[in-house]
Design a protein. Structure first.
Length: 142
């Protein structure tokens, strides 16, 4: 992981956590951080699905979160046994919980994000309400 990112991220070998500005540009930066983290953990084969899950969850938080200080958080945690990663996105808006939309028309531009998360995580995702807001998470495993 680059030294620039390490100065702003909290890392302990099993977890990487960071606050990001609530902006679309943060999604790209967070994907890069996740990609580097998975490479360091020897989980390169999970990069594609993991970055897709992160993109969907973080994009939702950036677009829909209405409370807080204008930041969103990410946390990447290596799963026990080193066989996967838990991807969490934190925001301060516990009033707006994500839910999967009914199946959409093929021409619809929106409404597929959580269906993609559901597929990439093999239905292992959820939402935890916290004292600071909520954490939306998904686990991608080998």
């Amino acid at each position: 992981m680059s030294s620039e990112r390490l100065r702003h991220a909290v890392c302990d070998g099993e977890t990487v956590a960071q606050q990001w500005p609530q902006s679309a540009a943060s999604v790209r930066s967070a994907r890069g951080q996740l990609r580097e983290t998975l490479q360091l953990w020897g989980l390169v084969e999970l990069v594609d699905d993991s970055t897709l899950v992160l993109s969907e969850l973080l994009s939702n938080a950036v677009e829909h979160s209405r409370n807080g200080d204008g930041t969103v958080g990410t946390r990447f945690r290596r799963l026990a046994g080193g066989c996967g990663v838990r991807i969490e996105v934190h925001d301060a808006d516990a009033a707006r919980l994500p839910r999967m939309s009914p199946a959409t028309d093929c021409d619809d531009l929106r409404g597929r994000g959580l269906r993609i998360v559901n597929a990439c995580t093999r239905r292992n995702w959820g939402v935890d309400v916290t004292s600071e807001g909520k954490a939306v998470w998904g686990e991608v495993e080998q």
